[in-house]
Write a protein that binds this ligand. Structure first.
Ligand SMILES: Nc1ncnc2c1ncn2[C@@H]1O[C@H](COP(=O)(O)OP(=O)(O)OP(=O)(O)O)[C@@H](O)[C@H]1O
Length: 177
C-alpha cells in the first residue's frame, strides 16, 4: 500500500490483543494506514465512527480489529446464537472480502463464529447454518439480512439474536445514498 504512514500498531493509545498483533505480524502489516490509526481508538472507546477514505485505504481492518476487541471485552460472554457485531455491506463481493478478513483473524479466536448472509444461495441453507453453528459476527447484504429476519417459522429468531448487538457497521454507506 502507498499510504502507510501512521505508525506501528503498538503506537496506538489502546493496546491490541496479542493474538491480533500476531496475525498482523503474519500478514506482514507492520504499519497502520491513516484510516486505521484514526478509527481504531475511537471504535474501541465505544464512539460512533463515520469514516470516508479512498478505496484500498484499509477500511476493512479499521472495523474488523475493533469488532474483535469489543467482543473480547464484553463482560457477559456471547452465547452461540448471540450476535455481537453486524456488518451490512452493499454487495456480495464486498461481503465475501470482509468475511475472508474476519476469518483470518478469527483463526486465533475459535470462541467466536461468523456467518456470511448474502444472496445467490438458498436462504434455507443460511438458516440451517446459523442454527447449527450460531453466529457472533454477521456479515450481510441488506436483502438476505431482511429475509433472515423473517425466518421465525423456520426456527431462526434473528430479532432475538441481535439483542446482544455491540457493534453495527454500515460499510460503503456513503456510496449507497
Ligand atoms: N495496515 C496495513 N498494511 C498493509 N496492508 C494493508 C493494511 N491494511 C489493509 N491492508 C491491505 O490493503 C488492501 C486494501 O484494504 P481494504 O480492502 O480494507 O481497503 P478498503 O479501504 O476497505 O477498500 P474498499 O473501499 O475497496 O473496500 C487489502 O489487500 C488489505 O489486506
Amino acid at each position: 500500500m502507498d499510504n502507510i504512514t501512521d505508525g506501528t500498531w503498538d503506537s496506538l493509545p489502546v493496546k491490541l490483543n496479542d493474538s491480533i498483533l500476531e496475525t498482523l505480524k503474519e500478514l506482514e502489516f507492520t504499519y497502520m494506514t491513516p484510516v486505521q490509526s484514526a478509527c481504531i481508538p475511537l471504535f474501541m472507546g465505544n464512539k460512533d465512527v463515520a469514516a470516508e477514505a479512498v478505496t484500498g485505504s484499509g477500511k476493512t481492518l479499521a472495523f474488523v480489529i475493533p469488532i474483535i476487541e469489543l467482543l473480547l471485552k464484553r463482560e457477559e460472554k456471547l452465547k452461540k446464537m448471540q450476535v455481537g457485531a453486524l456488518v451490512i455491506t452493499p454487495t456480495r463481493e464486498l461481503g465475501l472480502q470482509i468475511s475472508e478478513v474476519v476469518g483470518t483473524f478469527l483463526q486465533k479466536f475459535p470462541q467466536f463464529t461468523q456467518i456470511l448472509l448474502i444472496g445467490g444461495s438458498n436462504p434455507i441453507e443460511d438458516v440451517e447454518k446459523f442454527k447449527e453453528q450460531g453466529a457472533n459476527i454477521v456479515i450481510a447484504t441488506p436483502g438476505r439480512l431482511e429475509d433472515m429476519f423473517r425466518r421465525k417459522a423456520d426456527g431462526l429468531d434473528l430479532a432475538s439474536s441481535v439483542k446482544s448487538l455491540d457493534v453495527l457497521v454500515l460499510d460503503e454507506y456513503f456510496c449507497c445514498q
